[in-house]
Design a binder for this molecule. Structure first.
Ligand code: G16
Length: 543
């Protein structure tokens, strides 16, 4: 075992996006590419000497290899201890939980989330800080600066570690503890959620189908749902993590979790359907014959969270990313608490959670969580839903309908135009920004523009400012459209168009969403001239 200092030169494309560095696997396979980025991360953690680092990922192709590299580099960079998930696996929320529980200085989380895996798919590396959450913008900018100036990286030259057994090993002076990836997470869930009430519900014949999408949540879902809560074996499907997610796109939405979606709309639908993504931080909720939008799910969880032991004292505040529908704001108003609006990116919730300003937060992109970790948490959202069903004795579809009757319904859809030419996408956005001032008052089809701006966020805790976070246009008819470019894609640009319309007329709560939203979709296309700029007359994905 010896310390090796390897000379290297910078790569120009290592700027972290919405959630760490995400690229095609082939990009990460370039010589020194992974090492450069990991060393740049370590260089941006000045107090690392003697500290603990958490390492793990979603099990996708390259995961094992990059875990080994990270451990060897951590040992050469002064860390005293590394906690690594058995087989190199840790779901993103479990990594956050372990960082917090063991007082780690942070964690290296290997995942490209819901993006496809395998040799042709995507890979990703992200730093989480000591609060368990994704590194904030100030740190990701510092990492990017490091990547531009790097001249060498350090590692201990040694054989790969044995990651299949839990227990303690050593690389140089650093202890490596291979931990059961599920243990700490399961205990945390036991504190927050009424396991006995849910177990009674399962014992009474309640039927759940949970699709782990061949991704990392499988072992967690089996341990909790089929183990602790006594749901029948087979409740969790696609529960063994695979390096290529079985060739599927591990994105829990009606398009990519189609089989579950169809089952929930069939005559044999179980009582509740749920899915999670590649790294276990996203969730999809489907009641029988009723898809629950992530924005509605956040609002419903906020309204009912007090029914679970972890939230019995109530919710102090909530937050949603700006493109998420305003459904949760209506709950907050009723509860007399504040609703914060942040840019897209889980990292923006960190300060609000750390300062105790919010209890729950979530995003339209299928992420929901609370102050128990500093990541979104797919399985937690499912467990909180189950807790609410057990506590109220109501069916999921009735909970949703009662919510709409009380608060009104925010019809919602998202149109993604994927792999658009990057220059064309930038042009579309700047054209939109240029016309913001003249939009208010204009009539577009059957709608009238009430306001238009380019979202700018000033963090209420540290006053940091983040600009150009999406163009939002509200209409007098209770509708809103938001345009922004994705920060997680790996080829070309993805234009996201978020479309919503509020209805509180009791006669209009059960209409087909596409019909209610059609005039808003038309207005969005016209205002942004999507076809003219992108040459696309249809989105690639509608969720
Ligand atoms: C990440 C972020 C989320 C964001 C999502 C989509 O999620 O953590 O905050 O909503 O990407 O971002 P974009 O619209 O920029 O593609 P994940 O689950 O991919 O880590």
């Amino acid at each position: 075992m010896r310390l090796k200092k390897v000379p290297t030169t910078p790569f120009s494309d290592q700027r972290p996006g919405t959630s760490g560095l995400r690229k095609k696997v082939a990009v990460f396979q370039q010589q020194h590419y992974v090492e450069n980025f990991i060393q740049s991360i370590f260089n941006s953690v000045p107090n690392r000497d003697g500290s603990t680092l958490v390492v793990g990922g979603d099990g996708r192709f390259l995961n094992q290899q990059v875990v080994q590299t990270t451990l060897k580099m951590a040992a050469a960079n002064g860390f005293a201890r590394a906690l690594v998930g058995q087989w190199g696996l840790l779901s993103t929320p479990a990594a956050s939980c372990i960082i917090r529980k063991h007082g780690a200085i942070g964690g290296i989380v290997l995942s490209a989330s819901h993006n496809p895996g395998g040799p042709e798919g995507d890979f990703g590396i992200k730093l989480n800080t000591a609060n368990g959450g994704p590194a904030p913008e100030s740190i990701t900018s510092a990492i990017f600066e490091e990547t531009r100036n790097i001249t060498e990286y350090r590692l201990i030259d040694t054989a790969d570690l044995e990651l299949h057994q839990t227990g303690i090993q050593r690389i140089g002076d650093m202890l490596v503890e291979v931990v059961d990836p599920t243990a700490d997470y399961v205990s945390l869930m036991r504190e927050l959620i009424d396991f006995s009430a849910i177990a009674r519900m399962f014992a009474g014949g309640f039927r759940l189908q949970f699709d782990a999408m061949h991704a990392v949540t499988g072992p967690y879902a089996r341990a909790i749902l089929e183990g602790e809560l006594g749901a029948p074996v087979g409740t969790v499907i696609n529960g063994v993590p695979k390096a290529d997610f079985g060739g599927h796109h591990p994105d829990p939405n009606p398009v990519h979790a189609r089989a579950l979606f169809d089952l929930m709309h069939s005559a044999n639908a179980p009582d509740f359907g749920a899915a999670s993504d590649g790294d276990g931080d996203r969730n999809m909720i489907v009641a029988p014959h009723l898809f629950v939008t992530p924005s509605d799910s956040l609002a419903i969880l906020a309204a009912h969270a007090h029914r679970a032991p972890g939230y019995a004292a109530g919710v102090v505040g909530v937050a949603r990313s700006m493109p998420t529908s305003r459904a949760v704001d209506r709950v907050a108003a009723t509860l007399g608490i504040h609703a914060y609006e942040t840019p897209t990116g889980w990292k923006f919730f960190g300060n609000l959670l750390d300062a105790g300003l919010i209890t729950l937060c979530g995003e339209e992109s299928a992420g929901t969580s609370s102050n128990h970790v500093r990541e979104k948490d797919g399985l937690w959202a499912v467990l909180l839903w189950l807790n609410i069903l057990a506590a109220t004795g109501k069916r999921a579809q009735d909970i949703v309908r009662e919510h709409w009757a009380k608060f009104g319904r925010d019809y919602y859809t998202r149109h993604d135009y994927e792999e658009v030419d990057s220059v064309a996408a930038e042009r579309l956005m700047s054209h939109l920004r240029d016309k913001l001032v003249c939009l208010p008052g204009q009539r577009v089809g059957e709608l009238s523009v009430a306001a238009a701006d380019d979202f700018r966020y000033v963090d209420p805790v540290d006053a940091s400012m983040t600009e150009h976070q999406g163009v939002r246009i509200t209409f007098q008819e209770g509708a809103r459209v938001v345009f922004r470019l994705s920060g997680t894609g790996t080829s070309g640009a993805t234009l996201r168009v978020y479309i919503e319309r509020y209805e509180n007329d009791r006669e209009r709560l059960e209409l087909p969403p596409a019909d209610v939203l059609a005039p808003v979709v038309d207005a969005a296309r016209e205002i942004a001239q999507i076809e003219a700029f992108t040459d696309r007359n249809e989105p690639s994905v509608i969720t």
